[in-house]
Design a protein around this ligand. Structure first.
Ligand code: ZN
Length: 311
């Protein structure tokens, strides 16, 4: 059910340092009936390690995904606030990607298709990739074409052959849940047109540290991303980050924009060039950390390497 990692899940380094031990816990989304509760016995270690070589913060103990997702029931919110957020994001992405009518937009972990619907309404050709068949069927009923499969290099090659490559490949709040990040990002590279744009939204490690968001650490979240760690993962797959936005969602998130490394038509924004360079373990685009009082928390979490934020 659970195994301890001896090496980093992206770069393979064994140079892992324990930075936080939350003891043993139940699975966060294992909702039980009153009848099931007395016999519930799952109590698993929850420890966080830092890879000293690629800066990826990740869980030391990995629960079998079949156990984690056997009861998975998360449906993308359709609240007015989230609906407005998605509309705004879609308009922004169409502008950033310079996409017109008929552009191909593919979303990984597309859930019930609420994000893709925004692009379809603007005349784009959309395709969702969603592993949960019951959730994908809801998307299809809403008119969103959806493939039921886990995303990776093999399925990406099949989808690219069947539907063609995409102008925009999106992945929102999925990266932390991915056991094999190299297969996942390598698959995104396969799906992207030569001039296309990848965009991903994920909770920002810096906000987790700044605000002590320890409750966002649980077994479903295998990894916790800084801008620098993501930049390294994408670079290893021939993809270059060219811009980044800070978002208020999920306690503070980043939205990154990537392109093929050889596509020099999109210049790299200054926001993707943290002044601390790769000597710092975490970075934030734009501005310096707001509260000096929160700095010791970051130092506690990241150990003795004098982590500092990019200004
Ligand atoms: Zn690593």
């Amino acid at each position: 059910m659970i195994h301890e990692r001896s090496h980093c899940r992206t770069c393979g380094s064994k140079n892992l340092t324990l930075i936080l031990d939350l003891g043993k816990t139940a699975l966060a989304n294992d909702f039980l009936t009153p009848e099931e509760a007395p016999s519930y016995k799952i109590s698993l270690p929850l420890r966080v390690v830092l890879c000293r070589d690629c800066s990826l913060v990740q869980l030391a103990d990995t629960v079998d995904p079949k156990v984690l997702y056997s009861r998975y029931a998360y449906i993308t919110s359709t609240s007015k606030t989230m609906d407005a957020h998605l509309s705004e994001q879609a308009a922004h992405l169409l502008q950033t990607g310079n996409l017109g009518k008929g552009a191909k937009v593919l979303e990984i972990a597309s859930n019930t298709g609420v994000f893709l619907k925004k692009f379809k309404e603007r005349g784009c050709e959309v395709l969702g990739v969603e592993p949960a068949a019951n959730i994908a069927s809801v998307a299809r009923e809403r008119g969103i074409r959806t493939e039921v499969c886990f995303h990776g290099r093999d399925t990406a090659a099949r989808i690219a052959a069947q539907y063609g490559k995409a102008d925009l490949v999106a992945g929102n709040n999925v990266l932390a849940h991915v056991p094999d990040i190299n297969d996942f990002v390598g698959g995104m590279k396969i799906l992207l047109k030569p001039g296309g744009v990848i965009t991903m939204e994920f909770p920002h490690l810096m906000r987790l540290i700044d605000e002590n968001q320890w409750d966002t650490i649980y077994h479903e979240h295998f990894s916790y991303f800084s801008l620098i760690a993501v930049e390294k993962i994408f670079a290893a797959h021939g993809l270059t980050l060219f811009d980044v936005d800070e978002l208020p969602t999920h306690g503070g998130s980043l939205r990154i924009y990537a392109r093929h490394a050889e596509n020099s038509s999109r210049p790299i924004s200054q926001r993707c060039r943290p002044s601390g360079g790769h000597t710092c373990l975490i970075s934030r685009p734009g501005r310096r950390q707001k509260s000096p009082a929160s700095k010791p928390k970051g130092q506690f979490l990241l150990g003795s390497r004098s982590p500092r934020t990019a200004g």
